[in-house]
Design a protein around this ligand. Structure first.
Ligand code: GDP
Ligand code: IMO
Ligand code: MG
Length: 443
């Protein structure tokens, strides 16, 4: 195996950041392919918490080239805030370590404004977006109005695009009683960003092709999760990009056969931020207990995450739509100490059994989960296990049942926030990751 795709199989926040950081030493390049600074990927290094939003989580490992693909939407102020934060921590994040695709779309000052208006207009039906301008930037991409990072190289082109955009956006702002944006002021601001961002711009498909041709290994890093995918998620309660596997090829300009394996990051329970159907949601004391123990607050917005039991119907769907080879199971330590741990094995809708995960949100909203109740495992019993069989039998049983239900093997078990709180099940993950290289680099 050479190149690995790491993606979320639920509604985001599965622990992708931790696992990407952990596996990065086995790769030369870490490349993100979609989303923007709506993501929040938390990594603990030596007890210090680092939250990455736009920059790949591989940046914390020296020597790795990190790539931001054409599939992302990039807000220059957010990008440079993150660069400054990393550099203040002694992490180099200049153009030698970080490449930005010329095809990445820019989040412009009107995008968050238009998004807030849209969320307000929806009222009760709002999506609960991060209001960072992500959705409107993708809307403009599809509308063929978008401003791309490569346009920063020519201020004449940039001016024209800003003027064309404001001709469409200012009437909307005025109609909502908001002041119009001034093209000259936006141009001045973005000319400032251009001077700083242009040195990072690269032809990413060419760069990745060259790196792979010389034998470098690439880790493709997904943000959000499969169930937030604009095509395969719980539409319309989704993000506006494709976190699913196909997004890696379109979002970076690589062929599908450059992806040699897919690791699905899966939380041992379920969480969701923002609105949308969530069949296994716990609105009771148990839900609050899981939220508190799991520190389930949005890494980007600080909003409390909704919590619920593991949903095997949803994760099996995600494993199928992404061709997941192995699962990295995260946060089972959070469930430790519970007497019983229910797992959702199916849904009923209007009394009938549903054969699979419904693509209509309004069906999922009314789906009634069916549970199989498993035994819990004791508090504090997961840490420090050297191999899988040394884990508590009730937990091993939980993993085996999950594997059967989602029809995918577990290759990694994460039992805490730190790099060392991780068990790599060699026989399962060995085909996806060069373990000898990983261990040599981590020593
Ligand atoms: P991401 O968006 O998928 O990268 O996930 P987030 O970083 O938003 O959320 C995952 C949270 O769980 C972070 O705070 C991680 O530090 C934490 N985390 C990751 N793996 C584990 C684990 O195995 N156990 C516990 N208790 N926390 C974990
Ligand atoms: P990571 O990468 C969890 C959710 C928002 C909202 C919906 C649309 O950390 O897993 P958007 O601003 O993207 O248009 O909002 O998607 N959302 C996330 N939820 N983790 C994320 O990223 C998310 N990124 C977006 O809460 O419901
Ligand atoms: Mg997150």
């Amino acid at each position: 195996m050479a190149n690995l795709l790491v993606l979320g199989t639920q509604w985001g926040d599965e622990g992708k950041g931790k696992i990407v950081d952990l596996l990065t030493p086995a790769f030369d390049v870490v490349a993100r392919y979609q989303g923007g600074h709506n993501a929040g990927h938390t990594v603990y290094v030596g007890g210090n918490k680092v939250v990455l939003h736009l920059i790949p989580s591989g940046i914390l490992r020296a020597g790795t080239l990190c790539v931001i693909g054409n599939g992302l939407v990039l807000a220059p102020p957010a990008f440079f805030r993150e660069v400054a934060d990393l550099e203040a921590r002694g992490v180099e994040a200049g153009p030698d370590r970080l490449a930005v695709s010329r095809g990445a779309h820019l989040i412009m000052p009107w995008h968050p404004i238009v998004e807030r208006l849209s969320e307000e207009r929806r009222g009760e039906k709002r999506i609960g977006t991060t209001c960072r301008g992500i959705g409107p930037a993708y809307e403009d991409k599809a509308a063929r109005l978008g401003v791309r990072a490569g346009d920063l190289a020519d201020l004449g082109v940039l001016r024209e695009k800003i003027e064309d955009n404001l001709a469409a956006k200012n009437p909307v702002l005025r109609a909502s009683g908001l002041p119009p944006l001034d093209a000259a002021a936006v141009l001045e601001e973005y000319a400032g960003w251009a001077a700083k961002l242009v040195p990072y711009l690269r032809d990413v498909p060419e760069l990745l092709h060259e790196r792979m041709a010389r034998g470098d290994r690439v880790l493709f890093e997904g943000a959000q999760g499969a169930l937030l995918d604009v095509d395969h998620g719980t539409y319309p309660f989704v993000t506006s990009s494709n976190p699913t596997a196909g997004g890696a090829a379109t979002g970076l300009g690589v062929g599908p056969r450059t992806i040699h394996g897919v690791l699905g990051i899966t939380k041992a329970y379920t969480t969701r931020v923002g609105a949308g159907p969530f069949p296994t949601e716990l609105r009771d004391e148990t839900g609050r207990r899981i939220a508190a123990r799991g520190d389930e607050f949005g890494a980007s917005t600080g909003r409390p995450r909704r919590c619920g039991w593991f949903d095997a119907v949803a994760v099996r769907y995600a494993c199928r739509t992404n061709g997941v080879d192995r699962i990295a199971l995260t946060k089972p330590d959070v469930l430790a100490g519970l007497e019983e741990v229910p797992v959702c094995t199916g849904y009923r809708y209007k009394g009938e059994k549903l054969g699979s995960f419904p693509v209509e949100s309004w069906v999922l909203e009314k789906a009634v989960p069916e549970y199989r109740v498993l035994r819990g495992w004791p508090d504090g019993a997961l840490g420090g296990a050297a191999d899988f069989d040394a884990l508590p039998p009730a937990f091993v049983e939980y993993v085996r049942v999950l594997e059967g239900l989602v029809e995918t093997r577990v290759g990694v078990v994460s039992t805490g926030v730190a790099r060392e709180d991780t068990l790599l099940i060699d026989a399962e993950i060995g085909g996806l990751v060069d373990l000898a290289r990983l261990r040599a680099a981590s020593d």
